[in-house]
Design a protein around this ligand. Structure first.
Ligand code: ZN
Length: 341
């Protein structure tokens, strides 16, 4: 009997319409500050239920407690000015956003996501995953007016992330995943220092660790960018050898509906691979059969013991209905494989 595959998502899930603005990357909360925690918890419970009902085995809180995967983490860190906004081209100028600015040495005054991790742990018996932004991606989503270089700032964030991750692991989280979409935008820097900063962030962690490297949310800017990358996307080919040499346990990659050649998974022989078997664009609705076929094609290049069916990226900008349909297909497609072997 082959090992049962355990499915999961890459992390974020849409916020319900009553909680925050829909289909936006930086939405505004729709309920009053004093009611926010209760509202977020209600939404998390719904998403835990949706993931479990779909048959997923590794459950997240869907990032319902944060407005954005990077800025939600940065909000509580000292040394960052939110008044001093800087207009910056991020992900190698793929889009321009107004970002806060680092003006002093950064300090984490408290554990940022502890209550949230404890809430997730308490409300599912399945394995749990919690996502944090990776050091390089943080540094590509904030302006630097203090450190000598982006690299130096990344290592300062790695130190903070390391203590945060250890606290979340102590709270019972099984997998801490660092999101590093910037790895695909800055291949050379990833090899030079990005993976090393990531390793500093996971040093001494007792739980499983993962890195998520994608081609971005299913938004227009990314869809257009992908069209410029040619018939074979080669970014992974450049960075996978460095990632394989690192201490990270799992690598979350984009695969479904992409121009990522499945044989690139051969470059990660020592890692578990979270393979994106559902896309995160809203005009593609996968069936269980599509998911099954994606898993089968990945299985030609990664052993079953190391394969974790997943989504290509976070689903935050999608509608709730589409995200639920995709989660169901992910669970059902994984089930088809598990039933047949
Ligand atoms: Zn992603």
């Amino acid at each position: 009997m082959s090992k049962k595959l355990s499915a999961t998502t890459a992390g974020s899930l849409p916020k319900p319409k009553w909680l925050a603005e829909s289909k936006k990357l930086w939405p505004k909360w729709k309920i009053k500050e004093e009611d926010l925690w209760e509202g977020q918890k209600k939404s998390v419970l719904q998403w835990i239920h949706a993931q479990e009902s779909a048959g997923l085995d590794i459950i997240s809180e869907g990032e319902q407690f944060r407005i954005h995967f990077v800025h939600g983490f940065l909000q509580k860190i000292k040394g960052i000015s939110w008044d001093q906004k800087t207009k910056m081209g991020i992900r190698n100028n793929r889009y321009t956003v107004e970002v806060p600015t680092v003006t002093e040495a950064i300090v984490r005054p408290e554990i940022i996501h502890l209550k949230e991790a404890e809430f997730l742990r308490k409300n599912t018996k399945k394995k749990t995953k919690f996502t944090l932004p990776g050091p390089m991606t943080i540094c590509d989503t904030i302006a630097n007016n203090y450190y000598q270089s982006r690299e130096e700032m990344a290592f300062a964030f790695a130190e903070i992330l390391n203590t945060e991750a250890k606290a979340l692991a102590t709270a019972g989280i099984d997998i801490i995943q660092f999101d590093e979409p910037a790895f695909n935008s800055f291949n050379q820097e990833t090899i030079d220092w990005g993976v090393k900063a990531l390793e500093a962030a996971i040093e001494g962690l007792q739980c499983k660790t993962a890195v998520h490297v994608c081609y971005g949310y299913g938004i227009q800017e990314n869809i257009q960018w992908k069209q410029t990358l040619g018939n074979q996307w080669m970014e992974y080919k450049t960075i996978f050898p460095s990632i394989n040499d690192s201490n990270i346990n799992q690598v979350s990659i984009e695969f479904s509906e992409s121009n990522v050649s499945p044989d690139l998974m051969l470059l990660l022989p020592d890692k578990e691979i979270m393979v994106g078997v559902v896309s995160v664009v809203s005009d593609i609705i996968e069936t269980a059969e599509d998911v099954k076929n994606n898993i089968l094609s990945a299985l030609n290049f990664v052993d079953r013991e190391r394969l974790i069916p997943s989504s290509n990226c976070g689903m935050a900008p999608l509608s709730e209905e589409i995200a639920i349909t995709k989660i169901k297909a992910l669970g059902a497609g994984t089930q088809l494989i598990n039933n047949n072997n």
